[in-house]
Design a protein around this ligand. Structure first.
Ligand SMILES: [Zn+2]
Length: 652
């Protein structure tokens, strides 16, 4: 960087923040807190200006995700070009080139090229990776007087703000600067730099929506601390650092109240809420509204219990408002980073964040390179220790992941049951669903584990009435096993990318732009999608057949379109042959039962938590009305979905 001695005085720390970048650096990349790869950059000083060569690569559950990039700057530290090629997740690639010349950019994205005129500011950055580009974006923002917004190339804009300082207790306290960047991925990224401007930690989300952490090599041990703080800061942005006021006594008057146990309804109902609980329910004229109650009018609308998503991964704070906006007042988190989910739950329960109740399932995987995360169990002894760690931290369930060995699975189930926890999960590789159930699993995630043991035809379709297949259903039924099918996940990955995505998700265009980009890339070319059709149809038939057997089915999304994918899951159950009421039960009554919460949740009844939704139309008549949530009440707090969607970065 050239020093301009005639420049006006600026704050000393701004100077230091734009100080020379070291000639090389390495960031350790983490997913589920596990170091799964690294990003290395080296800086060459050329005549035209500094040039960064970046080599980024992680291996996620056995799949390599390599990326190479070159970012060139001018001698004045203005961006000149970015060339980036490789993978951005296990399922997505990138191949972009951006050349900047005299207020114009020449852009190539895959096979299409175009040029764009530029204003005074523009920075080439093509997503969450590599971290080096974000580090330089931050320096660019500093050296241009911290503008409110910076247009980015090939498309979009980012907002950056300095959010505060963190002091980390070590032998010698370490002071870090905390920044928030929005616009690059869904929601807010958190970044920490040293006081000299060097990027120490970036917490972002990769192109499959998983949280990804990049740590400057010497600082890797700070990750658990920074994850905890990231959860807290991410959540506090929704409450502006204050604690939510206590819920006021509220009466919901005039709506049609549904009893989801049997579909009975009370027209023109009154529901009284106080102290976060449902006090009373009744008919208008019979149940009076006491003095001091705030009245919400619900004439013409339907009132249902708050919904449950039984397969969440709360990987960023924005899930909180996004879930509530869709009427989801409880989620089972099916695997997360230990520190992160504890801090997220702590923030929500402490009124310092906005989000659903969380029932935590603690993930555990076996040894080996294809494993996920850092909580592993290779022996029965380790299994016992893992269960204890989770139990001691308020987890109610263990989530088995794919590399667990059979003897360890048995030990986990035994110890979990001894401690009063239940066990859900993937069926470990090499095992069948019957073996997993016999080893003690109470629940299974994803219908594929049922599908894969079915007798099937040449086109891989399944006849659910086949006697061998019926035996599988009876086995599952006799063991009382619970299934969250996540049919919506399979619909998404088997999707024909040429199909109109709004047929699957009518609110698609209201999603934050980075999510729209992520989802439009998911799916298959038409010919492949055709081949997977019989599988998807079979999965639906299996769900219906299992439901008919009396096997508890619970609705879960495994993320997807935040909040809305739960609606989609219910629509798919109805398409499979469940009645709308039965579908709604999979997201209310049955989850509450299988999670042993039916004394406090799952229906609208006196003494239960005041978790309910007011919906336009009647989802019992047409399930798609479940999308029309107009008011959400969680523990007596009343939320407007439009405001919540604003917090989560959704458009209209
Ligand atoms: Zn999952």
């Amino acid at each position: 960087m050239r020093k301009n001695l005639t420049a006006p005085l600026i704050l000393a720390w701004t100077l230091s923040a734009t100080a020379q970048t070291p000639d090389s650096g390495t960031f350790l990349l983490h997913k589920f807190a596990q170091n799964i790869g690294k990003e290395h950059y080296s800086l060459q000083h050329t005549e035209a200006g500094p040039q960064y060569s970046i080599d980024f690569k992680f291996v996620d559950r056995g799949s390599p995700v390599p990326l190479k990039a070159k970012l060139a700057m001018t001698q004045e530290n203005e961006p000149r070009s970015l060339i980036i090629k490789g993978n951005t997740s296990r399922f997505s690639t990138i191949n972009d080139s951006i050349q900047i010349n005299d207020r114009a950019a020449f852009i190539r994205v895959d096979d299409s090229s175009y040029s764009r005129d530029l204003g005074p500011l523009a920075f080439p950055v093509a997503g969450y990776s590599p971290g080096t580009v974000q580090m330089l974006l931050l320096k660019y923002w500093e050296s241009h007087g911290r503008p409110a917004s910076i247009p980015i190339l090939p498309t979009g804009a980012v907002q950056i703000r300095l959010d505060g300082d963190d002091v980390i207790d070590q032998d010698k306290p370490l002071r870090l600067r905390r920044y928030v960047i929005s616009g690059l991925v869904w929601g807010n990224e958190l970044l920490w730099t040293r006081t000299d401007g060097e990027l120490v930690c970036l917490i972002t989300n990769d192109a499959e929506g998983d949280k990804l952490e990049m740590m400057l090599e010497p600082y890797e041990s700070l990750l658990p601390t920074l994850l905890t703080r990231a959860a807290g800061y991410g959540m506090e942005m929704f409450t502006r650092g204050t604690i939510l006021p206590k819920a006021k006594p509220t009466a919901i008057v005039g709506g049609t109240l549904i009893d989801v146990t049997n579909g009975a309804s009370i027209n023109n109902s009154v529901i009284l809420l106080d102290g976060g609980l449902i006090k009373a329910t009744g008919r208008s004229g019979e149940l009076a509204v006491p003095k001091g109650y705030t009245v919400i009018h619900a004439e013409g609308k339907t009132i249902l219990p708050g919904l449950w998503d039984m397969h969440a991964h709360f990987e960023q704070a924005e899930w909180g408002p996004a879930y509530l906006a869709a009427g989801v007042t409880t989620v089972r988190d099916c695997g997360n980073e230990f520190e992160y989910i504890n801090a997220i739950q702590g923030a929500i329960d402490g009124g310092k964040g906005v989000g659903p109740h969380i029932e935590k399932a603690g993930i555990v995987d076996g040894p080996g390179a294809t494993g996920l995360g850092i909580i592993r169990a290779s022996t029965p002894e380790e299994a016992v220790a893992v269960v204890k760690k989770y139990k001691d931290n308020g987890f109610v369930q263990i989530k088995i992941y794919s590399s667990i060995k059979p003897d360890v699975l048995k030990a986990i189930c035994q110890e979990a049951h001894r401690q009063g926890l239940t066990v859900t999960g993937h069926i470990p590789e090499g095992m069948t669903i019957q073996q997993g159930i016999e080893d003690g699993m109470d629940m299974v995630n994803h219908v594929q584990y049922v599908y894969s043991v079915m007798k099937m035809g040449k086109d891989r379709s399944v006849d659910v009435n086949d006697s061998a297949n019926q035996r599988v259903f009876r086995f599952i039924k006799e063991h009382g096993t619970v299934l969250d099918p996540t049919v919506g996940v399979f619909e998404m990955v088997f999707r024909n990318t040429k199909d109109d995505i709004t047929r699957m998700e009518p609110a698609f265009h209201s999603l934050p732009l980075p999510l729209q980009a992520l989802f439009s890339n998911m799916g298959m070319p038409p010919a492949n999608a055709d081949r997977f059709k019989p599988i998807l149809e079979s999965m639906s038939r299996i769900v219906k057949a299992m439901h008919d057997q009396g096997i508890p089915i619970v609705a879960g999304t495994d993320m997807g379109f935040p909040g809305y994918s739960l609606d989609r899951e219910l629509e798919l159950y109805v398409a499979a042959g469940l009645t709308p009421l039965e579908a709604i039960q999979t997201a209310t009554l049955i989850p509450a039962r299988v999670m042993k919460q039916d004394k406090v949740a799952g229906t609208i009844a006196p003494g239960h938590r005041a978790d309910l939704i007011i919906v336009e139309g009647n989802p019992l008549t047409q399930i798609r009305d479940i999308r029309n949530v107009r008011t959400v009440v969680k523990e007596g707090q009343v939320y407007d979905p439009a405001n919540l969607h604003g917090l989560a970065g959704f458009g209209k």
